[in-house]
Design a protein around this ligand. Structure first.
Ligand code: HEC
Ligand code: HEC
Length: 217
């Protein structure tokens, strides 16, 4: 008994002595704000100091997205499986552990208020139908929310939050799936959905989603 409590005390002491913040979080912040000194540019130079991206430049908001989702996308980009002429060259030197640390840092940031790219009333009507009902009878099209969760606020590492993401970025991704230039989703789940959408629907749903609160945490 005595021995056990001494061990417990030692264990507690070790825990308390650790510097504030997990080591991974410190590494993540350093990588995000300073890069790795070897070729990986600071992520925040494109994705913003608050992690919320830049709508005009096509840099997605990463703040508050699931860490596992973010890490997988960076790995795919590093390995050339998700094509990105802009980001591909600047993440080549990152290890898996570094990618996990920097992804955890972005996942911990607050998503902030939704973007201002408000849809018209007609676009909002088209979008809410796609998100909540889909079009089973007409096109075998499942609602976005059946995978991306209520309000498209995301479900675990597999189904990213779409709410509060920049409209132009969302549009570009849907068109990339239609064109087959983004094809990293398991079982072509997203490709199957995207190929059923018209141009007007893509614009409507992207603008509507951008104006929704992300509220992932
Ligand atoms: C030179 C600008 C630039 C830098 C630096 C940069 N990125 Fe990106 N990033 C982009 C662009 C552009 C995209 C969108 C790619 C596309 O259109 O498919 C992107 C996409 C992403 C995505 C996918 C988001 C999603 O919702 O699927 C993640 C995750 C990401 N970046 C993380 C990072 C991390 C982590 C770093 C730092 C190690 C970083 N980026 C550095 C430009 C950059
Ligand atoms: C059957 C499941 C499923 C349905 C339904 C679905 N998605 Fe997805 N979606 C996914 C998966 C899985 C991914 C992640 C793909 C990856 O990991 O590359 C994704 C990713 C996305 C992305 C990329 C987000 C980012 O941050 O890069 C967009 C945009 C998107 N979906 C839009 C939609 C829209 C709009 C609808 C409804 C019209 C929809 N999705 C319906 C499964 C689905």
């Amino acid at each position: 008994m005595k021995r056990t409590s001494a061990l417990t005390a030692a264990f507690v002491a070790v825990l308390t002595l650790r510097p504030p913040g997990a080591l991974g979080a410190d590494l993540g912040e350093t990588l995000a704000t300073q890069g790795d000194g070897e070729g990986a540019a600071p992520c925040v130079s494109c994705h913003g100091a608050d992690g919320r991206g830049n709508a005009a430049a096509g840099f997605p908001s990463l703040a508050g997205l699931d860490a596992g989702y973010l890490a997988r996308q960076v790995r795919l980009t590093r390995d050339g499986e998700r094509a990105s002429p802009v980001m591909g060259p600047v993440v080549k030197t990152l290890s898996d552990a570094e990618i996990e640390a920097v992804s955890a840092w972005f996942a911990g940031l607050e998503a902030g208020p939704p973007a201002t790219e408000a849809p018209t009333d007609a676009q909002a009507a088209v979008a809410t139908r796609l998100v909540t009902e889909g079009d089973w009878p007409g096109r075998d099209l499942p609602p976005c929310a059946s995978c991306h969760g209520p309000g498209a606020r995301g479900v675990n590492a597999s189904f990213p939050a779409l709410a509060g993401q920049h409209a132009a970025y969302l549009e570009a991704q849907l068109r990339a799936w239609q064109a087959g230039t983004r094809a990293t989703d398991p079982g072509d789940l997203m490709g199957t959905v995207a190929r059923k959408l018209t141009d007007d629907e893509i614009t409507a749903v992207s603008r509507w989603l951008a104006a929704q609160p992300r509220e992932v945490k």
